[in-house]
Ligand binder design. Structure first.
Ligand code: KG4
Ligand code: ZN
Length: 346
């Protein structure tokens, strides 16, 4: 059996994991930089890079110790080489290359988005082609995964990512960060039909997203209600959360419906990945959408939906099995769209 060490450092999580060829996770270590960035209200690239440098040695050592393997048993090292914050990506990628060099084993360069796309296959039987909805704080895309390195991007956001829209609305409502879980929680007490927020891009022939108009509509409602009542009563907050969530997810379902008409192959599965996949209202809506369209919904475990090392190790394993290893001189990229990857003949 082959073993791959995966290293992730593209944003504000330093993570490392080891997976076995059959998908078994031998170790899974992750450390978040949330506290380092929270005074600034967003991820600061320079701080992210420094935090990765401080955490990487501990995280990688723990991943190796937890796995029970000796470093000599590793078959390859995989690391995110983009897209992401360039200084942050550089830390994990350079350490990954150094470990591969020291152990005389292959290095495998991983596109972070491809790792999100593939990780579900580490635990479930999901074969190509499948539809992927990738929705997090930084990503918002609908993709047809046709094979390794072979992706058709059907739709992407023209402004904010969906998770980012949750976070910004949460801040406006004084619910704090991360906004997604806070809004989902508050929405449970609210009426999703209280405010008829426009469904962004609804009915357009392309499958792109836009959430900035919805965000502005939420801000205007907050201002209008606060003007009358002086502050926002808890029920008003709950109603805005429920109505925002309803509008945003209706838009997602509409975009998925259009994306099915744009696919150049028929997918059997819809896979959801990214932090927003944790939202139960979204899952419920997508189950309904899948039933209507004879598609099976597949969701990776919650801790594999958000950024992690397992997804990098697994993408590395898929590429190793396909015989695709990278030169130690391979580049790192801040921007690296999925459709620019080379399809691999497997
Ligand atoms: O994948 P992730 O952990 O990090 C990246 O952005 O890459 O995703 C975090 C995002 C945040 O914007 C957070 O608000 C959102 O996912 N999120 C949710 C929920 N849990 C996390 N959004 C909606 N509902 C949730 N339950
Ligand atoms: Zn990610």
């Amino acid at each position: 059996m082959r073993y791959v060490l995966g290293i992730e450092s593209s944003c504000d999580e330093t993570a490392a994991a080891i997976v076995r060829e059959d998908g078994k996770i031998l170790s899974h270590v992750i450390t978040s930089q949330f506290n380092a960035h929270s005074p600034y209200g967003g991820v600061v690239p320079e701080i992210a890079a420094r935090e990765h440098i401080q955490a990487a040695h501990r995280v990688i050592t723990q991943a190796i110790t937890q796995s029970g393997l000796s470093i000599k048993q590793l078959s390859a090292v995989a690391a995110t080489t983009g897209p992401g914050l360039i200084g942050a990506v550089m830390v994990g990628a350079t350490i990954g290359k150094a470990v591969a060099m020291a152990c005389s084993i292959p290095f495998i360069s991983i596109n972070h988005l491809e790792a999100h796309a593939l990780v579900v296959r580490q635990e479930q039987q999901v074969s190509f082609p499948y539809l992927l909805l990738l929705v997090s704080g930084g990503h918002c895309q609908i993709i047809l995964a046709r094979g390794l390195g072979n992706y058709q991007v059907l739709g992407r956001t023209r402004d904010d990512a969906l998770g980012e829209a949750f976070d910004k609305c949460s801040k406006m409502l004084g619910l704090g960060m991360p906004g997604g879980p806070a809004i989902e929680r508050a929405a449970q007490q609210g009426n999703p039909h209280a405010h008829a927020f426009a469904r962004p891009m609804f009915g357009t022939a392309h499958a792109d997203f836009s959430f900035s108009g919805l965000k502005t509509a939420v801000r205007m409602h907050i201002e209008a209600i606060s003007k009358v009542t002086g502050s926002l009563p808890p029920q008003a907050v709950a109603d805005i959360c429920a109505s925002f969530q309803q509008a945003a997810f209706d838009a997602v379902v509409d975009r998925l419906r259009v994306s099915l008409t744009l696919c150049d192959a028929v997918p059997e599965h819809l896979v959801i990945a990214g932090g927003v996949a944790a939202n139960l209202v979204l899952r419920h809506k997508l189950e309904h959408f899948c039933n209507q369209n004879a598609i099976t919904l597949a969701v990776a475990s919650p801790n594999l939906c958000t950024d992690n090392g397992v997804m990098i190790a697994w993408a590395g394993m898929e590429r190793l099995i396909a015989g695709d290893i990278s030169a130690l001189s391979c580049d790192i990229k801040a921007r690296w769209p999925l459709e620019s990857l080379e399809p691999l003949a497997v």
